[in-house]
Design a protein around this ligand. Structure first.
Ligand code: SF4
Ligand code: SF4
Length: 316
């Protein structure tokens, strides 16, 4: 188990299994899990190729060290699982791809910052270089399976462990249903006609009706199910963490397309454009709304345009 550019939530998510986690742990030997076991990178380097049965990797690839560790674990592991939305799609940290690396460093550390060793340290003690852009795991190494979610919900974690400890599905399998979240959401859907867009903090939603019908941008129609509609049940629209259904393809574009057909201001044709635009203008953060998790996996900008160039700091 390893995290790269991660918030740590994916590591904690295993606790959601409760007592079932003890059963899983009784069947495996953990050779490397920095959050739990005192094993170092050198211990992994000393292992023969393929010595690890399964490596679950969570987090976005954001630094050179992240990429090196992903490559090391790929060499030492028979199977690699992209665990969580960051490893699967780039995740929320991938929204940083809207800014260039140098802009990010300047905003956080001040103009002209470069990673350097601490006083008296050797060059190897310097913090790792940021890659030119945040990347999903599959941009650096071959990924065998995906457990999606931010973090993955317990039902899907169980499903993945059952398969990994039993009968393996075909390579490339995503441990989540292919059907859209709307299929498992208990909220009632009606004839949808959006005349306004609202944000979750602006309304107290009707507890029974579809949130999209009530003007919230809910990505349920284009997102895989598997979480038992936890967010919509609690009155929060789906933000798409389980990734697109196979039919949706580009999750953000699919939702935009669906939305465009739902917005109706009363009039027809060109007369309606201005008022329909006004409805859509209420979406204050379009990229964060439609590509909250999948920006790095969906939109790749050539690295020279991102100030990355090739080699160190460039994209893999
Ligand atoms: S997928 Fe979500 S919970 Fe997991 S590391 Fe990324 S942000 Fe954290
Ligand atoms: S609330 Fe969201 S997930 Fe539920 S039916 Fe409506 S659009 Fe689909």
């Amino acid at each position: 188990m390893y995290w790269t550019g991660s918030c740590g939530g994916c590591d904690v998510s295993f606790l959601e299994l409760g007592a079932a986690l003890l059963d899983v742990l009784s069947k495996v030997e953990i050779v490397f899990w920095p959050a739990l076991v005192d094993a170092k990178r050198a211990d992994v380097e000393a292992l023969p190729a393929g010595a690890i049965d399964v490596a679950l990797i969570n987090g976005t690839l954001r630094t050179e060290e992240n990429r090196e560790m992903a490559e090391l674990l790929r060499e030492k592991s028979k199977l690699i699982v992209a665990y969580g939305a960051c490893a699967h799609l780039g995740g929320i940290p991938g929204l940083a791809n809207l800014s260039q690396r140098e802009e990010i460093l300047a905003a956080v550390f001040g103009d002209g910052f470069r990673p350097t060793p601490p006083p008296g340290g050797s060059p190897e003690d310097a913090p790792p270089e940021l890659l030119a852009e945040a990347l999903p795991l599959s941009a650096a190494v071959r990924v065998d399976y995906v457990v999606p979610g931010c973090p993955p919900p317990p039902g899907l974690i169980s499903r993945a462990f059952d398969a990994l400890l039993g009968e393996l599905p075909p390579t490339g399998h995503v441990f989540a249903p292919e059907k859209a979240l709307c299929e498992e959401c208990p909220r009632t859907k009606e004839e949808r006609r959006l005349t306004q867009v609202v944000r979750p903090h602006e309304v107290l939603p009707d507890p029974e009706k579809c949130l999209l019908d009530q003007g919230m941008i809910c990505l349920g129609p284009v997102t895989r199910g598997g979480c038992d509609a936890a967010c919509p049940k609690a009155g929060m629209p789906c933000t798409g963490c389980l990734g697109p259904t196979p039919n949706a393809g580009d999750q953000g574009l699919a939702m935009l397309s669906a939305l465009a057909s739902l917005v109706r201001a009363g009039e027809e044709g060109e007369a309606a454009f201005a008022s329909e635009d006004k409805v859509l203008d209420a979406i204050v953060d379009p990229v964060g709304t439609f590509h909250k998790y999948a920006l790095p996996a969906t939109w790749r900008v050539p690295s020279p345009l991102r100030g990355g160039g090739s080699g160190r700091g460039g994209r893999p």
